[in-house]
Ligand binder design. Sequence first.
Ligand code: PMV
Length: 350
Amino acid sequence: MKENNLPRPVSVRSPSNIAFIKYWGKRDPSSQWPANDSLSMTLSQASTITTARQTRLPNHEVYFSGQQLFETENFAKKVFAHLRFLAKEFGFQAKLRIETTNTFPASCGIASSASGFSALTMSALAAWTESKNFGDLASRGFAHEKLAYLCRLGSGSACRSVLGGFVQWVAGENPSLQHVKTLHPADHWPLSDLIVVVSSKKKSTSSSLGHQSAASSPFFAPRIAALPERLALVKDAIAAKNLDALGPWLEVEALEMHALMATSKPAATYLTSDSLHVITWLREARRSEGLPAYFTIDAGPNIHVICETSDSQRVAARISDRFPQFEILHDKIGNGPSFEEIIPTRSEQT
Ligand code: PMV
């Protein structure tokens, strides 16, 4: 059913993902070719829901949580540039109205660029091609590999959100050989991510700047050299569902990325004293009480506590007891993006 002969809006919900092996630094920014393979777990709760519709407007319109975004802001610049790139690349004429909301606080280390750019890319392409599901998109030339490639051009980590479960972004021998693949579906190993929100303030250094300066850190070259072996160990631990083999690498990866950030030129510090309190306590609780949980961190101060889902209530209760002042977002491994049902407004009903 159409209103004014314009196709129905489409809505895509795309999850965030939390990296176990981090993507930090690019070999080539123009093709978004990462310095290394990365590996993540797709989440099920922290998501961006984006509705896109064709319009007869002269320009794209973008709304974030009901507020119109204008191109003066850095974040909005990237969004408009991505829409224009997609339109130009595939010859789409119609301007879109984009309405987007997050189920979690944005830009504070809960990987909002991954869910945001994947939801934007998939919903915009679905609106332009009048697709109602992933089968329609694939039949119009936008199968998962193509979607991952296009999401990546908006934000690198967004390509991993196109798939569910444990996902590897393979850097490949040259930029055109990079791709994403599911290592295991979500039901292989139910893991939870308890996100301890020590701050929901917007971060002051964007990840784009961080990627640019990563190679200036003295820790960058040794990290790149160590990663192939580390990746293999992490993959083995996931295949064997062995948290005590995986967990120490999660912590090494998080702290190494933050060490790179803090020693690059220019340097950025995302961790706060609250972040350090939480991770110090978690390590102590693991040692003294056997609390079965490890941490990782994204580009922000918030702490992602990873544990088996069967232990998540107990682990969350211990964190809340110790840090009643911090909200905990309960998340877990998920199946990847989905098309959402849109309840038509009265004017859209025929
Ligand atoms: O996708 P970007 O360009 O916002 O990079 C973010 C990279 C990290 O989230 C910090 C790590 C990762 O691999 O997700």
